[in-house]
Design a protein around this ligand. Structure first.
Ligand SMILES: CC(=O)SCCNC(=O)CCNC(=O)[C@H](O)C(C)(C)COP(=O)(O)OP(=O)(O)OC[C@H]1O[C@@H](n2cnc3c(N)ncnc32)[C@H](O)[C@@H]1OP(=O)(O)O
Ligand SMILES: CC(C)C(=O)C(=O)O
Length: 514
């Protein structure tokens, strides 16, 4: 498999470090407020994947924020920890009090922000930059300086501000595209100019108002920036910031630049932050989305079965980012993919049977039904006149208790291979309790790997669609799904479907051995 970069640029550095601001700009996403435990778990995950600097927060903004930045510092991670400060000594003091490795000082430099937010003249800003950076460097080894709204700042003046910051002791300059208005070409020219006229290490912080955050970040790297600011899942003010996974994978796979990130942890990181932020990942999200390596179209699936880089980048594989490749059933599926999916469960149709199965899949999916692996096996059984697979697990009753003063509890009665079993469990919510109760009823463990709930229609009576993936003891992963207007029952049904798939495979394995 080809794993070399398509493209290199003479100004680009061989190594680029990653500054993650999920806990600061990411948390500025309207409606998001991570708990202390969530912040610590995110920081640990970021450090685990090799993020160079974690911007843990803005300590002067509240006592809670100060405590959480202190707690992140207290973790003693291998990543450096940075705190944000306005150009006020009290803000810098708050960062120092937290024990951060780096203080990130910012001041507005565009005319519009300068005049209407801090009400200072250009000369006053230059004086403030000098004073605050000198102050910060008296107390801390590393000081990042951001001329806020740099891309809307008069470039000649911007150069003067950057020089003043470096003269005062800034250790790195961050160029923020605060309202996401620059284009890649202009970003390249701007970074080239600052690099040649100020000669300092450069970082870049791009917002996504026009969907250009990642492209602008890459343009800055092409021009020589040595660090990129990103957030997990592109969280951040308004339309967010440059996405961590997209930026890192483009740098790694397209440019051949070493970011030091352990890319196999990208999907796990994205899912963790999605869970804590309550912001789900769209299926089409690059790198980490459900469909990033999924193929439904017959022509694509056929190609990918033969050689995966026919319809995937090749320079980036699912394994590289901790994802997996999936063939999906649907209206656009073709015979090669369907045969492959059946062979994986030891069902081998003749060519004529396969044609019939494909036609039935297309007909059902064409009516808008989302099809699962279980649906495919049922169709194959019917077309091939196979004895229908006996379901190992047959759910009889499920009862859930929840409320504002009750620990969500679920009780399940089911037949497992014809024998009645009853099991109860508690959970964080009714879905969690029900899923744990059903998994607990099974004698052999089944690992729940993925769980997604999505409302298909809007409104309080929306249909809930649940897709899950489970893993058996051999590491094989099975997808299952279910839809119901009761979200708990949709979850229960999806888990039962998945369990029956795993048990079906276990029976096939035994038959093979016999
Ligand atoms: C582009 C960015 O993401 S910058 C970071 C933005 N993040 C946040 O604002 C999140 C945290 N912020 C907060 O909790 C609050 O805004 C605080 C605690 C910082 C300030 O709260 P308040 O004192 O109530 O002021 P408020 O937020 O209404 O206004 C901002 C103040 O900061 C000043 N300010 C803004 N940037 C700077 C700066 N870089 N240097 C100095 N002062 C600044 C403004 O002039 C204004 O001051 P004023 O009260 O004298 O007019
Ligand atoms: C503090 C700065 C870097 C910022 O978040 C922005 O300009 O968007």
């Amino acid at each position: 498999m080809k794993r070399t970069a398509f493209f290199t640029d003479s100004h680009a550095k061989k190594n680029v470090t990653v500054f993650d601001t999920t806990l600061r700009d990411g948390e500025q996403t309207p409606g998001i407020s991570f708990t202390l435990e969530e912040k610590l778990a995110i920081a640990e995950q970021l450090s685990k994947i090799g993020v160079h600097v974690i911007e843990a927060g803005f300590p002067a903004s509240s006592e809670t924020e100060r405590q959480s930045v202190k707690a992140v510092v207290g973790l003693g991670l291998s990543s450096q920890v940075c705190g944000l400060a306005r150009s006020l000594t009290s803000d810098v003091d708050a960062c120092i009090d937290c024990g951060v490795d780096m203080v990130h000082v910012f001041i507005p430099t565009s005319d519009v922000q300068r005049e209407y937010t801090i009400r200072k003249t250009r000369e006053q800003v230059l004086d403030t930059v000098n004073e605050i950076i000198t102050y910060a460097r008296d107390h801390v080894d590393q000081c990042m300086f951001s001329p806020m709204d740099a891309t809307r700042t008069d470039w000649d003046y911007l150069i003067r501000v950057c020089r003043a910051a470096m003269d005062a002791g800034a250790t790195i300059i961050n160029i923020p595209d605060t309202v996401g208005v620059i284009t890649p070409g202009a970003m390249k020219r701007l970074i080239e100019r600052i690099e040649s006229e100020v000669n300092c290490p450069l970082d870049v912080h791009c917002h996504n108002d026009f969907g250009l955050a990642v492209a602008n970040t890459l343009a800055a790297v092409e021009a020589g920036a040595s660090q990129v600011q990103v957030t997990v899942n592109g969280l951040g003010e308004r339309a967010g910031n440059a996405d961590l996974a997209q930026t890192v994978m483009a740098l790694t796979s397209i440019y051949g630049i070493d970011t030091g990130i352990r890319t196999t942890g990208l999907v796990e990181t994205s899912r963790l932050v999605s869970r804590y932020s309550g912001i789900s990942i769209p299926p089409t999200q690059p790198i980490v989305g459900e469909n990033a390596f999924a193929h439904e179209s017959g022509i694509h699936s056929h190609g990918v079965i033969t050689r995966s880089d026919t319809f995937e980048p090749g320079i980036m594989t699912p394994e590289m980012v901790g994802h997996r490749r999936r063939l999906k059933l649907g209206k656009h599926a073709g015979k090669h993919a369907i045969r492959q999916m059946l062979i994986e469960v030891q069902i081998e149709p003749t060519d004529a049977q396969l044609d019939e199965i494909v036609q039935r899949v297309k007909a059902i999916a064409g009516k808008g039904k989302r099809m699962t692996d279980a649906d495919l096996y049922e169709i194959a059984e019917s077309v091939m006149h196979l004895a229908p697979d006996e379901k190992t697990l047959e759910l009889q009753d499920v009862a859930i208790m929840t409320g504002n003063h009750v620990i969500p509890t679920a009780s399940v009665r089911a037949l497992v291979d014809g024998k009645e079993h009853i099991f109860s469990n508690v959970g964080n919510g009714p879905v969690d309790a029900a899923v744990k109760a059903i998994l607990g009823i099974m004698p052999a463990p089944i690992l729940l790997k993925e769980f997604n709930i999505e409302a298909i229609s809007g409104g309080t009576d929306a249909i809930g669609h649940v897709t899950i993936a489970v893993e058996d003891e051999k590491g094989r992963v099975f997808d299952a799904s279910a839809a119901n207007d009761d979200i708990v029952l949709a979850s229960v049904e999806a888990v039962v479907n998945a369990i029956n798939l795993v048990c079906r495979m276990r029976k096939h394995d035994l038959n093979q051995k016999a």
